[in-house]
Design a protein around this ligand. Structure first.
Ligand code: THU
Length: 145
């Protein structure tokens, strides 16, 4: 498997750990670091619905908490309704990051100085997006300069 395929599989595996009693929707995310390490996250919901954390945000914040923010070279995502083991059953069309996560991924892109690729898993493969593609004309550190 390529490093990207391994990262996508880690994201899919992480969907098993979703805490999603309200939406019943499981999402797993994984960030690939420049040394090949993979750090995962899964969605973590809250009874106060709006406080729920998305899988991408959890994975990125986890990488940052290990001082690895600037080492992220790719992000992978896999979501779907869970099967009996909690694993996301992938949709025909790949899930893509929500609006808030796109802004958070933009921060990764600025911190690393790369147009971070985002790989989104679907039933029959995956799609690759770039930050500039999913969040064009974005607000970012340059706006504040
Ligand atoms: N979710 C994510 O984890 N990432 C996204 O980019 C979109 C949505 C989660 C949030 C919520 O727990 C569930 O999916 C349904 O919206």
């Amino acid at each position: 498997m390529t490093p990207i395929e391994t990262t996508l599989q880690a994201a899919h595996d992480a969907s098993c750990n979703a805490y999603a009693p309200y939406s019943g929707y499981h999402v797993g995310a994984a960030v690939l670091l420049d040394d090949g390490t993979i750090i995962t996250g899964s969605n973590f919901e809250n009874a106060s619905y709006g406080l729920s954390l998305c899988a991408e945000t959890v994975a990125i914040a986890s990488a940052n908490s290990q001082s690895k923010l600037k080492h992220i070279i790719a992000i992978a995502l896999a979501g779907g309704k869970p099967d009996q083991s909690g694993r996301a059953v992938l949709n025909e069309i790949a899930d893509t990051p929500c609006g808030r996560c796109r802004q958070i991924i933009k921060e990764v892109s600025d911190a690393t100085n790369i147009d971070t690729p985002i790989y989104c898993l679907h039933q029959s493969g995956y799609r690759r997006y770039s930050v500039s593609e999913i969040l064009p004309d974005a607000f970012g550190p340059n706006t504040l300069a």
